[in-house]
Design a protein around this ligand. Structure first.
Ligand code: GLC
Length: 545
């Protein structure tokens, strides 16, 4: 008999972008109080765990991925005692809690970097400080570019340069320094001691850089990027990083119940990804190919096969992600013409947005994709607002944009604010129930038409996307969890259909309806009224009679 599965091998994890989830203190910014108020909503939705984006003190140069203190909570979001409360209350509601750890870089306000800037040589060793090139050192030490645009180096008043693969306010740690290693192992223990069930690891492939920080070289000197990172680069995915995670696993293994890790690692292929999942390293890693896949059955099939195969090679569960706080929302991604290859760089969103969007079509496909995602073996991540069928807000006024990509790209990329707009909960006018204060101005403005997308409005509509997710999560628990291996059912090329045990999932990405098997009964469909035929851009779950 196969060993019993642990919760994290089949979990549905809901991503809470805390700044935009719910505002409990009336200032227009989401917070822990708001999250606590909404735990019953999450329990009713049926998720197994939440992953909370960084909630640590931060100047918010990159939405909190610039951490000033890893052992505290950002005052805008609440206090450490409130963090303890939300962890305990989530557990009472049967929901596990994953935090987001940001080990590649700190904020420039972190006490270590402040000391480094003041000139303390020991403190500089914890980051990457170098002299510049050229006779007067006025050129950056190498050709690396920031993921967000511009050089990855900033010069300080005394003439040295420091490395930041992201914003200048996010200096990269030097992971060759044992103090950095010890510090992070201690931070993990700090939160594990508070009962946190695990961590999502930010930029997990970035920590260790190639010895001597060599140039990326020809063809590689442009932004190494996250999504479009197809070639090897001395800034990313270095073998030395695995040693860090062996140390982290040792820390996690000291705890019961199990504490787990999920890596965000944009590596070139699933083979490289699987290396992070060896038995003495991390438990799971996001497989982003699913999120990059266009709405085409042939590509979806390949992506699924590849992900399952590579995860299985190291005994890890595959993970499925349709969107997150860094990419265009699913509805919008599916609302335009679909390429015939994986989307190389979502960060070209500004150019893409020039094509008109058909949101009804996008939503229809997103609902179908959700049924596919939730039927696959392994774990599924749901980004807040996916369950409401929200689209990307593409027309934010430029003056409200906060994502550093907007400035660093020289205003050529609008950045990621459009998927981070505060959630609509109820009512007809902004802040749409997001805040306890009806007069609050939300930190990013909500579109007026989201009044019809609110959780309250969808609660009343049996065919809403919210109710589809609720039902899917409940049926998943009894139908798909533990259902065994996936086997494809031969079908038309524009259909992806698979069976796991007695259950089947059919997805039609084509333009014409397809006949469904007659020896199975529909248990859930993305389009109401589906019985013998599966319409275009729809998905269905069936159970053999
Ligand atoms: C990850 C985060 C993203 C952040 C970046 C730098 O990709 O998901 O939001 O900007 O790391 O920390």
């Amino acid at each position: 008999m196969a060993p019993a599965e642990s919760w994290w091998q089949t979990a549905v994890v809901y991503q809470v972008y805390i700044r935009s989830f719910a505002d409990g203190n009336g200032d227009g910014v989401g917070d822990i109080a708001g999250l606590r108020d909404r735990l019953p909503y999450l329990a009713r939705l049926g998720v197994d765990a939440i992953w909370i984006n960084p909630w640590y003190p931060s100047p918010l140069a990159d939405g909190g991925y610039d951490v000033a203190d890893y052992r505290d909570v950002e005052p805008l979001y609440g206090t450490l005692p409130e963090a303890d409360l939300v962890i305990a209350e989530a557990h009472e509601a049967g929901i596990r809690v994953l935090l987001d750890i940001v080990p590649n870089h700190s904020s420039d306000q972190h006490r270590w970097f402040v000391a480094a800037l003041a000139g303390d040589p020991k403190a500089r060793q914890r980051y990457h400080f170098r002299d510049g090139l050229g006779p007067d050192g006025a050129l950056p030490p190498n050709d690396w570019q920031s993921v967000f645009g511009g050089p990855a180096w900033t010069r300080v008043p005394d003439g040295q340069w420091y490395l930041h693969l992201f914003a200048p306010g996010q200096p990269d740690f030097n992971w060759e320094n044992p103090e950095v290693r010890a510090e992070f192992e201690d931070v993990l223990a700090f939160w594990f001691d508070k009962g946190v069930d695990g961590f999502r690891i930010d930029v997990a492939h970035g920590l260790v850089k190639a010895d001597g920080l060599p140039d990326g070289g020809q063809g590689n000197d442009a932004a190494p990027g996250l999504v479009q990172h197809n070639e090897s680069h001395p800034a990313w995915d270095q073998d030395g990083v695995h040693d860090v995670y062996r140390g982290w696993r040792t820390v996690a293994n000291r705890y019961a119940p199990e504490r787990i890790f999920i890596a965000e690692a944009w590596v070139p292929n699933n083979e490289r990804l699987a290396r992070y999942l060896r038995f003495d390293e991390l438990h799971t890693a996001f497989q982003f190919d699913f999120l990059r896949a266009p709405w085409r059955a042939s590509i979806l099939r390949t992506v699924v096969d590849d992900a399952i195969k590579e995860a299985a090679s190291v005994g890890a569960p595959p993970t499925w992600v349709l969107s997150n706080h860094d990419v265009t929302r699913t509805v919008t991604r599916y609302a335009r013409s679909q390429p015939d290859h994986l989307i190389e760089t979502d960060w070209e969103r500004s150019r893409w947005a020039e094509e008109p969007a058909d949101y009804a079509l996008g939503l229809r496909r997103a609902r179908a994709a959700a049924l596919m995602q939730l039927a696959l073996p392994g774990t599924a991540y749901v980004y807040q607002g996916e369950e409401l069928g929200l689209e990307e807000v593409e027309d934010l006024p430029n003056e409200v944009r906060q994502d550093p990509i907007w400035e660093q790209s020289g205003h050529t990329d609008v950045g990621r604010d459009g998927c981070r707009v505060p959630l609509p909960w109820s009512g007809d006018t902004a802040p749409l129930g997001f805040s306890t204060n009806p007069d609050a101005t939300t930190w990013l403005p909500q579109p007026q038409h989201w009044a019809s997308h609110t959780a309250a409005a969808q609660d009343r509509d049996p065919d809403s996307t919210l109710n589809l997710y609720r039902e899917a999560l409940s049926v998943r628990a009894t139908t798909w969890v533990g259902a065994g291996e996936l086997e494809w059912i031969p079908t038309a090329p524009e259909v992806a259909a698979f069976r796991r045990g007695d259950a089947q999932c059919w997805v039609n990405t084509g333009e014409k309806p397809v006949e469904l098997p007659t020896d199975a009964t529909v248990v859930l469909a993305s389009v109401a009224g589906t019985a013998n035929q599966l319409p275009a851009d729809a998905a269905v779950w069936l159970v053999a009679d």
